[in-house]
Design a protein. Structure first.
Length: 185
């Protein structure tokens, strides 16, 4: 093909062609960068939505964990409160045997020796007490019974078998009575 155009026109056409080529390449690059930015934008939106979903999931797990932890903590508190109440009730019902034995010791005359003290708790809250021992003379045994009878508030139903009353010396005795033992609290 023969080109009959003047050189100036050829130059213009060539420049126009170059300009078109540059414009097309620029549009392609622009389109590429716009597409790339749209891809990055969609990736960013996707990632941010996943992050938000994970945040919500984490928050719900934290809330669930806190609920479970709080529930477990509450159960532990209730369990420990029951134990404390049971201990408190136990200590309220605890009898002060030391004070009771000291009182018995004070009431027993010095010449009487006790070989056994038996305390059995009854359902009524009183105690059935048996004292086994030895008294050299009957007067000491009588004094013990009088001492117990003076403490009517704490001791009742004092019983000494009749076979014991017949002896005046070297008396092995078995004295029984009911006692109210005071609680410590």
């Amino acid at each position: 093909m023969i080109n009959l155009l003047p050189t100036e026109e050829k130059q213009n056409l060539l420049e126009e062609e170059k300009l078109k080529l540059v414009l097309i390449l620029g549009l392609i690059v622009l389109f590429f960068f716009m597409s790339l930015s749209l891809v990055f934008l969609s990736i960013r939106i996707l990632i941010s939505s996943q992050v938000e979903a994970e945040k919500l999931n984490l928050e719900s797990k934290k809330a669930e964990f806190n609920k479970e932890e709080i529930q477990k903590f509450r159960e532990d508190i209730i369990k420990n409160n029951k134990i404390i109440l049971e201990l408190s009730d136990f200590y309220k019902q605890k009898t002060d045997l030391t004070a009771f034995l000291a009182k018995i010791s004070d009431l027993v005359p010095s010449d009487i020796s006790l070989s056994e003290i038996s305390v059995r708790f009854t359902e009524s809250g009183n105690c059935q007490v048996s004292l086994l021992g030895f008294s050299p003379v009957a007067e000491n045994l009588s004094q013990l019974i009088d001492n117990l009878e003076k403490e009517k508030e704490d001791f009742s139903q004092i019983y000494l078998p009749p076979s014991t009353w017949g002896k005046t010396k070297d008396i092995d005795f078995n004295l029984s009575f009911y006692a109210k033992i005071k609680n410590e609290h």
